[in-house]
Design a protein around this ligand. Sequence first.
Ligand SMILES: [Zn+2]
Ligand SMILES: [Zn+2]
Length: 736
Amino acid sequence: MSAEGLDNDHDFPEGALVSVLTTQPIDRFLDYKAPEGGCSIGSFVEVPLGPRKTLGVVWDKGDGKFDPSKIRKISRVLDVAPMGQDMRDFLSRAAEYTITPLTQMLRLATRAPGLSDPPSMQKIYRLGDGVPDRMTPARTRVIETLQEYGGLGFTLGEVANLAGVSTSVVKGLVKFGTVLELDTPRDGPFPTLQAGFGAVDLTEDQYSAAEELRKSVATEDYESFLLKGVTGSGKTEVYMEAIAECLRKGRQALVLLPEIALTAEFLSRVEKRFGARPAEWHSGVTMTERRRVWRMVGEGNAQLVVGARSALYLPFRDLGLIVVDEEHDTSYKQDDGVLYSARDMSVLRATYCGATVILASATPSLETWANAEAGKYRRLDLESRFGEAQLPDLKAIDMRSEQLPSARWISPTLTAAVKARVDAGEQALLFINRRGYAPTTLCRACGVQIGCEQCDARMVEHRFLKRLVCHQCGETKPMPTACPSCEVEGKLAPIGPGVERLAEEVAELFPDARVAVLSSDLFGSARALKEQITSIAEGGADIIIGTQLVAKGHNFPNLTLVGVIDADLGLQGSDLRAAERSFQLMRQVSGRAGRSEKKGVALLQTYQPEHPVIRAILSGDEEAFWQAEAHERQAAGVPPYGRMAGIVLSSPDVQAVFDLGADMARRDAPLRKIGAQVFGPAPAPIARIRGRHRVRLLVKAEKSVPLQRALSEWAVQFKIPANLRLSIDIDPQNFY
Ligand SMILES: [Zn+2]
Ligand SMILES: [Zn+2]
């Protein structure tokens, strides 16, 4: 279907005044005249702006306030599907909610290269009826392969690959008309998914949850669900049924995943269930493919998109279902550019297009839990684990009574447990949430800790890379031999454990075991990581050492022991979500053990076995934990029971940020009017990043007040110096 076909009633004839939203940072709509052939509300257009041309969307009729003789004409209407009313409403509301200029939201929604280029063509090959001069085994294979796929056409490389021949064999057959060479648009539709293709048997528990979701999708009205199930309870099988219903309805579905490394496994599951692969959208997708996805989603020729948070801004033609898998994952919050939570924006988007939202997690965020408690979301619980698997036994190892030599982190109790598993031919996982070799490098001569020159952060030794790395700004430098401060040689010492250092300890304790280290920075690509994960799952390692990466849904069937090296690590800190995060992470990690028929054990090394979070984890009484946490937040009036905004001012000029911060705290009338309080200015927890000094203010308000409007009124009072950046983060997730 071409864009012309979608766009049958042109609201604006040639010359009519229209109001266009461009992607350029101008804080208003611009008037233009409709081009030859007219245009419609929602049309993607190219417009002249100064000496350049820029992308825009026709938003409304023109307001006529400008001198008509100066109004220029739209250069052309692009050959892509127009933006729907639901998408325009969603972008407007999302802009208001995040206090972001609408032009910037439009940039988010048009992040595909070459949208204004004419459709590019490619050659495809399919079977013709010409007869070749002679047959060879290779030629026969090409013909048989193309016959097998019916009338489907493939690129030259694909045909050659499928038939296992060189491309010249295919080209040879073109000469005789046995194979036809045809020009087709590169941005072709995605293969059709079939709702009934590979339906699986569900347990009773799964079936009743799937039925609720299916019914909701069938109504084509907005509704949100919390789909809560322990690791291995088969949440994916359940929401696949909701996708199936969405396909039957002829609507589109979107599945958001927290991490690219999980995508490959998920795509094969989709293929098994629906007979074809869906569209994929994340930073690892090539530019030409992104463009194809964007266009096909807009035309309704991609039924299912699997991707990262930004997939939410694709121009779906008729979106009927959004799944946010592992909804508690912090990667759903975008922390630079437009600050938004993909989880919250999913719900917002769904309200405009009449879609069902499924927030799936074993350990939901407190926000989602509270929304379910309040009856805003419906809650579906999957209790039983899929198959015979059971939840692991959770136990603490009290580190106060363990005898550990210095610079050693694996207690004798944990060592014995690991040894028993390895001897039994099973796998053990040791978890430490710290990348690199050691978090601190200390000079034993002068006592200095090596820090980043750009940030207020220590540099972390990465022995694998032989470098020091700043985890804030990414700055790296070779590991020095002499202290950068006192210049004494050979006195630099690593302090504390990171994942690489733990690997050394494991190699000493278990010289015969096969050890695999899983940390995001050890892999050049998502593919290399995926290969390593597959190899581990197939039994390619006895002991796995991992960072947070292992908590994210990878499945190791032979894993029966999880040892958490430092269960106390997340408990400190001023972050209001510290307890929640720690609880989720520990539950996720311990859930890695015993996912098949073997029962697992999780052992938590802690110096604070009486800490409420540690006790909640051990008791397995999650509801009690959430109740207690909810109670505390309610008492403090913080999210999700109150509202918060984080304001960060940053500049190379330290005086400027403090001056502006103090001025903002003083002139807070618009905020006081709604009963909001301003805290600060104070140096941000990381007071300098990439050479910019950072000052933070926090605004707290009651849940029901119009916070965004007040914040906008407040911020607009101040003149912001050119080199100073002000960012407003609604519902901040990270306090740094
Ligand atoms: Zn020194
Ligand atoms: Zn740095």
